[in-house]
Design a protein around this ligand. Sequence first.
Ligand code: NAP
Length: 311
Amino acid sequence: MSSSKAPIRLAIVGVGKIVRDQHLPALARDASYHLVAAASRNATVEGVANFATIEEMLASDVVIDAVSLCQPPLVRYEAARAALEAGKHVFLEKPPGATVSEVEDLKALAARKGVSLFASWHSRYAPAVEGARAFLAGTVARKARFIWKEDVRKWHPGQAWIWEAGGFGVFDPFINCLSIVTHILPPLYITRATLDFPENRDTPVAARMDFAGANGLAASAEIDWLQTGPQSWDIIVETDAGELLLSSGGAKLAISGQPVKDEAEREYPALYERFAHLVRAGKSDVDVAPLRHVADAFMLGRRNVVEAFFD
Ligand code: NAP
């Protein structure tokens, strides 16, 4: 970059739902960035240089400081390696990769190349998460429940990759819960898991898990992708200072039934502020804790075959 105040010349890879819903609107309002390019096989972004692949983009004469990788996790590692090898700072959508090892490898590569790597966890920036973290820091958590129940047909219509091996299935949304839990609660580890796999799919549609932590902390999770009607993205924690309810995916907080004032939602603007800060400070932020829990669930979990799923 020409100077520390100059906008970061950013490229986006994998132009799909999350890029259109969140990345482009957040970037349009952030003077720290100048969006210069996009790489996507079937889509383009207006007003920037467009390429079909990241390799073509990196080989072009467009000057790029950083790339945001927004494809499905299974194909992100090769793209991230190429970008880091080319000396670019890298922002990884969640989940940061398809395996823990590949993310650790990217972290080491970023350090060797002297560039920033950001494994983004957007739910950690949900409006009520910091309030929940502050409350829990001042008390003792005894018991927790994580209830993540949503309708896959509504939120992921026709997305084939989430059902393919490496696509995470119902753990694609539940890793958002895990990213909050690993930020606000003391360390937990999975002690038991049952994963329901539709007979025609590679990834689970529902799961139940138990967790344990130090000082008798016990937690359980119920996750389901076939929830019609009201959707639940709730974290409930019984503490010595009352019951904490962090609901709507981290957007709302209540303590012992009393709502705590709502803050405005700005997850992606906050993610991009964090990334700019990391780039300017020459630092990385790569926390694999949520991904490790998913790996543990797949490793420890009992496989239960359930009826076929069709979109
Ligand atoms: P998506 O729209 O299905 O995929 C994003 C784009 O990636 C696609 O439009 C496609 O663009 C490219 N792509 C798809 N499959 C590919 C493949 N096999 N190889 C190379 N490129 C491929 O998915 P999304 O919902 O935006 O999610 C992308 C990532 O963001 C996921 O990790 C997801 O967990 C995360 N995320 C999603 C949401 C959400 O609400 N959807 C929210 C937060 C985070 P081209 O065909 O043009 O290459």
